[in-house]
Design a protein around this ligand. Structure first.
Ligand code: EPU
Length: 336
């Protein structure tokens, strides 16, 4: 494994933000990870996966370790489930399609999410009615300070909406090296996300197979979300805000068309994309950063933007949403 000083990371992040790391290496094996830890020379170690949920600052004074371990395997099977293990660098979408091709369904709603398997548990990726936590079995890591291998069972990960222990108590302390999923054999399609059910209905599919669900999700995502290979972006830039049911009802009174989703704990989730659109930001730009025309929750690089351009645009949007709706927007991608 080659260790490179002053490595350009512009091609390593889906936002295409210009960035440089003091030190950089690409780990393809567990040995490489251990080797990198020994070579950090006092610099903080920053793991990087597909770079699809990060906002990179122009200069990163750290040892950026690009996780590229590629393995994936059926690790175990019992009468109830398949246990599929993938290493951190496996491409998420390719991994999902591989599980489907092998007739191990359960991840189809998460098709076409950019990024790697190792990054997926950090923000508990979710889409079209399914969150990663419902399929996750365990996460393997290397503890950065001690170099020891650790294993986190699902309950240890403290998953919540776009959140886990790896963004909180254990932030910056572990390199995720592999993830094992538990895919129940008693498969049922998860179709409660309205847009997904509608897409299948439009296609005339009454009893969808896993591949039908994947195809529908892929079609919806292609329609609404920009491909980062063409337009730099990091998916949803803000989380959907959670407010009290009483506050949601109050907003509903003045904004009858406002989407809101009651949560199990009695709170309500609002649609940040809708709030941003109401403030007139959809399709608008501020300098070199902009708001995607087809989905206001996605900020895009119009060409040549850096982290400050994106943060400035985000601050303006958040201020307008706070002023108009009294709701605080929280950033989703991690600032490095
Ligand atoms: N909406 C608007 N205007 C917009 C965008 C959305 O009015 O510009 C409305 C929609 O009409 C709908 C509601 O807001 O009534 C929700 O929109 P959508 O179904 O597009 O989903 P979202 O809440 O904007 C979330 C996730 C996405 C995920 C989709 C589908 C977050 C932060 N985002 O978006 O995840 O793909 O649901 O499940 O939870 C990501 O995290 O990067 C991401 C793309």
């Amino acid at each position: 494994m080659q260790i490179i000083d002053q490595q350009d990371l512009t091609g390593c992040n889906s936002f295409r933000l210009p960035a440089r790391a003091a030190r950089y290496a690409r780990a393809e094996t567990l040995d490489d990870v251990h080797h990198a830890l020994a070579e950090a020379r006092g610099l903080p170690l920053v793991p990087l996966g597909g770079g699809s949920n990060v906002l990179l600052r122009p200069y990163i004074d750290a040892f950026v370790l690009h996780l590229a371990l590629p393995g994936r395997v059926l690790a175990d099977e019992d009468s109830d489930a398949w246990y599929v293990r993938a290493e951190a660098g496996a491409d998420w979408h390719e991994f999902v399609q591989w599980t489907l091709a092998n007739n191990w369904p359960g991840l189809e709603n998460l098709s076409l999410i950019p990024g790697t398997v190792g990054a997926a548990p950090i923000q508990n990726i979710g889409a079209y009615g399914l969150e990663l936590e419902s399929r996750l079995h365990s996460v393997e890591t290397v503890h950065i300070a001690s170099g020891e291998g650790c294993s986190f069972a699902r309950a240890d990960c403290r998953f919540a909406y776009r959140d886990s222990i790896f963004k909180r108590e254990q932030a910056g302390r572990h390199v995720i090296t592999a993830v094992t999923f538990r895919l129940p054999k008693a498969w049922q399609p998860a179709l409660h996300y309205r847009e997904l059910a509608q897409e299948l209905e439009l296609r005339g599919i009454g009893h969808p197979a896993p591949a039908d669900v994947a195809a529908a999700v892929i079609a919806i995502r292609r329609r609404k979300l920009p491909d980062w290979r063409q337009i730099g972006n990091a998916g949803s830039f803000f989380k959907n805000p959670v407010v009290t049911a009483a506050y949601a009802a109050q907003l509903q009174h003045t904004h009858p068309g406002m989407p809101h989703y009651p949560q199990a704990d009695g709170s309500a989730k609002l649609a940040a994309g809708w709030l941003i659109e109401q403030c007139g930001w959809k399709g608008r730009s501020l300098g070199r950063a902009g708001v995607y025309e087809k989905q206001a929750l996605v900020l895009v690089n119009r060409g040549g933007a850096d982290a400050d351009d994106v943060l400035e645009l985000a601050a303006h949007i958040a201020a307008d949403v706070a002023a108009r709706f009294g709701v605080e927007l929280e950033r989703e991608p991690v600032l490095i």
